[in-house]
Design a protein around this ligand. Sequence first.
Ligand code: ATP
Length: 207
Amino acid sequence: MLKIGLTGGIASGKSTVCALFKHYQVPIIDADTIARQLVEPNEEAYAEIIQSFGKGILQKDQTINRSKLRQIIFSDLVAKQALENILHPKIRQQLILKSQQQHGSYIILAIPLLIESNMHDLVDQVLIIDAHPSLQLKRLQHRDGISAEQAQAMLNAQCNREQHLACADDIIDNNHKPACLSKQIERLHQKYIKLSNGCQHSNSNGQ
Ligand code: ATP
């Protein structure tokens, strides 16, 4: 089965694009959902995070305060590395496991930090969702109700536009109205089906 790694900068439109691929019944595995599940009480990463960050990271209901965690790692590179060391191997493991459980001609692995966390090897093709940084900032501020400075800091914490584009096998241009996405997605859907048929053909020939 062909594996497509879908990624892009913050607020570039990854979720918007995934929602459109779902119309084609394409299985989508979302690394953000996996990350959220991993930090729930009694889940794998929960105890390790408390051990590294202390009980001050817990809310009254004993769940991890994810926004506090985000704030800490924004201003502290060592803490960021510590959190990534806990989470990334576990996310990786889950992505592999969940990929193996899927059926269909191709699947999408939506991995926001695919490039930053070196997960290229988990996918066959990289699909970059591209938006100009000025649009990312505008959409991020509007969606999350944050200041221009906060939005810029979030943008700066990731690979930039050029770094993303340099890794692309395909690019979805999300610099226009959302209505402009459907045709691009239809074209890619057809391409991925063809590619996956090619893979199956090669496999059945023992290549
Ligand atoms: P994150 O990196 O935070 O996970 P994301 O890449 O998944 O974000 P979305 O949540 O899909 O990005 O989009 C960010 C915001 O921009 C959302 O509010 C979405 O509705 C809006 N948006 C996405 N595409 C467009 C577009 N073409 N025109 C206008 N608004 C858009």
